[in-house]
Design a protein around this ligand. Structure first.
Ligand code: NAX
Length: 331
């Protein structure tokens, strides 16, 4: 039998946490043959609710779940973890300045970075979900210098999956037959969902999405806006932000990272930019990646047309600006 993998979920008493922990305990994230030990962290005001989640995990009698640590102590939460999914953060409240929200999250991610660096298992893989996801991940990276930069990522897989979903709805095809969309840049409304290399599996082979949709105006306009604004549309409908889709995307992200992407398929991940595609280097930027042996690689050599170039630059500029704002909160 396999040794259990320790998975940390921060903000585990929140709504994404509530959707995510049962998925992990059922093997959705790491496979149906992989035992897990869940580490759940939240803050003291949520301690009772967190304990309630732990009670439900016990009640669910998940065969793969070999243990649960539910705590408000960051060190206890981080000790020995192999995977860390960072969902906890400070939400933007009505009337709050952007800088104040950034400042709260910078201090959270700075201290959690140190705890992970000192107490997590070697080679721990980190996924930041909490917003501003790219910049929180960057802060985590900066304050955990002994964790390799390639181990620190942020979630843009939800945006990626939303793009797949929209193409599947538009063409009335199975979502599993659509692949290779790309989310470039920031997990924010400046993200660029790009279908220029996306394909659909048809009875007569793989066909480019553009050829099948036959509506460039929609693909270059409404489609992009729908994906960029989908989070707001969910809030409007549910009066709560996306939770089950975010949890599912977090599982997809880690599963593909650990177990690999399938041949000929790439996914989107926010990773530490090396300046590929002339994106700014030194920020966490979402790129198309393939994964193998537990490591991601940015897909190289894709053609970037003029419209795309502008959109890659715009979202990159926003990330550079967020980075500066985050650094200004440190001093
Ligand atoms: P909730 O407010 O329901 O849950 C957040 C939880 O984090 C709360 O239980 C809170 O007590 C806890 N928390 C706060 N500070 C903490 C700290 N210092 N340490 C540990 N826990 C802490 O929010 P939820 O809807 O679950 O969303 C969580 C985060 O995901 C938010 O930042 C949200 O903006 C972000 N999202 C990111 C997405 C992405 O694709 N990257 C999509 C979904 C989501 O909007």
């Amino acid at each position: 039998a396999k040794e259990p993998v320790r998975v940390l979920v921060t903000g585990a008493a929140g709504q994404i946490g509530y959707a995510l922990v049962p998925m992990i305990a059922r093997g959705v994230m790491l496979g149906a043959d992989q035992p897990v030990i869940l580490h759940m962290l939240d803050i003291p005001p949520a301690a009772e609710a967190l304990n309630g989640v732990k009670m439900e995990l016990v009640d669910a009698a998940f065969p793969l779940l070999k243990g649960v640590v539910a705590t408000t102590d960051v060190v206890e939460a981080c000790t020995g973890v192999n995977i860390a999914v960072m969902v906890g953060g400070f939400p933007r409240k009505e009337g709050m300045e952007r800088k104040d929200v950034m400042s709260k999250n910078v201090s959270i991610y700075k201290s959690q970075a140190s705890a992970l660096e000192q107490h997590a298992a070697p080679n721990c893989k980190v996924l930041v979900v909490a917003n501003p996801a790219n910049t929180n991940a960057l802060i985590l990276k900066e304050f955990a210098p002994s964790i390799p930069a390639k181990n620190i990522t942020c979630l843009t897989r939800l945006d990626h999956n939303r793009a797949l979903g929209q193409i599947s709805e538009k063409l009335n095809v199975q979502v599993s037959d659509v692949k290779n969309v790309i989310i470039w840049g920031n997990h924010s409304s400046t993200q660029y969902p790009d279908v220029n290399h996306a394909t659909v599996k048809t009875p007569s082979g793989e066909k480019p999405v553009r050829e099948l949709v036959k509506d460039d105006a929609w693909l270059n306009g409404e489609f992009i806006t729908i994906v960029q604004q989908r989070g707001a549309a969910i809030i409007k409908a549910r009066k709560l932000s996306s939770a089950l889709s975010a949890a599912s995307a977090a599982c997809d992200h880690i599963r593909d990272w650990v177990l690999g992407t399938s041949e000929g398929t790439w996914v989107s991940m926010g990773v530490y930019s090396d300046g590929s595609y002339n994106a700014p280097a030194g920020v966490i930027y979402s790129f198309p990646v393939t994964c193998r042996n537990g490591e991601w690689t940015i897909v190289q050599g894709l053609a970037i047309d003029e419209l795309s170039r502008k959109k890659l630059d715009l979202t990159g500029a926003e990330l550079t600006e967020e980075k500066e704002l985050a650094y200004s909160c440190l001093s």
